[in-house]
Design a protein around this ligand. Sequence first.
Ligand SMILES: NC(=O)C1=CN([C@@H]2O[C@H](COP(=O)(O)OP(=O)(O)OC[C@H]3O[C@@H](n4cnc5c(N)ncnc54)[C@H](O)[C@@H]3O)[C@@H](O)[C@H]2O)C=CC1
Ligand SMILES: C[N+](C)(C)CC(=O)CC(=O)[O-]
Length: 327
Amino acid sequence: MSDLPRKAAILGAGVIGSGWLARLIDSGVACSVFDPAPNAEAKIAPVLDNAERAAAALIDAPRPAKGAWSLVGSIAEAVAGADLIVEAVPERLDVKHATYREIEAANTDGIIASSTSGFRPSVLQEGMARPERLIVAHPFNPVYLLPLVEIVGGAATDKAVIDRAMALYTELGMKPLHLKVEIDAFVADRLMEALWREALWLVKDGVATTQEIDDAIRYGCGLRWAQMGTFQTFHIAGGEAGMRHFMEQFGPALAWPWTKLMDVPEMTPELVDRIAEQSVTQADGRTPRDLEKIRDDNLVAILKALRGTGWGAGQVLADHEARLRGK
Ligand SMILES: NC(=O)C1=CN([C@@H]2O[C@H](COP(=O)(O)OP(=O)(O)OC[C@H]3O[C@@H](n4cnc5c(N)ncnc54)[C@H](O)[C@@H]3O)[C@@H](O)[C@H]2O)C=CC1
Ligand SMILES: C[N+](C)(C)CC(=O)CC(=O)[O-]
């Protein structure tokens, strides 16, 4: 029996909503999309093209026929009959709450899955008539390629909704990570923000350029993170005695302290200019669209390599292909 939704509604077709659309239709799910922007279709098309290009190169199993999709004129029309409602509207609490009011007026039982990158589900649930069906399903860009989705329930979320969501996102070829404790920004964004804060200070203080910081990640720790994360990596770095020795040896350094995590540098126009200009220089004439294709090609190559070793995201891909072959 399939755990996929019969019909999904996607509210907001920007970077994330379009990515969800690509992933859902690639699993054969029919979708209705609502976005008030006049150029919504033009925003969606390149994402679907990129996603198809990536899936064709990545997935080594028969893929189902694409799900039908259409842009519709209202939230009510989009959510009618939907058993999964993907909320990907801008990161503003008032906009999200207004969206839930419109959903509740037109749909009483679909799962409402917010893509928010920071709001706790209990905060999103405030004022809802039926909050038990709302979860956070926080994805990562590009949604059509990165498997992680953080699943977080609020105080009012029904346990059965979490269970259903875990099965559904698994069948979409993803790695749903159920976070049992809700905190602002969940787990992955907390980790990324710590790195981002340090990076901003390093640029502001003139210690390193954006290029040098990106090189420090991509030639070293980034390669390790993609396959083992941080704890297993440091467990190995402790030698035969593993993590215990690692912590004895490097734990004291945490007290010195090296980091500036508590503060954020003020985003002065000078700092924004410096970061923006260095990022453009680094891109070396490539537009963000050009970089997107390079990013996707590299992600496909990395995922295929990890499929070969059966590690992490590669195992998720292998399991997805096995499910597709079994259909
Ligand atoms: N961009 C990113 O890297 C990530 C963003 N997110 C989250 O995804 C959500 C959407 O973010 P993005 O896609 O980046 O934003 P975006 O700005 O690319 O897209 C938002 C879209 O929502 C539309 N919109 C505005 N009001 C609306 C309404 N009332 N109903 C339906 N659509 C409406 C806009 O026209 C726009 O197309 C946010 O909650 C964000 O925190 C999550 C993970 C990563
Ligand atoms: C910058 N961000 C907080 C919106 C990032 C995310 O939420 C996830 C991602 O794709 O990096």
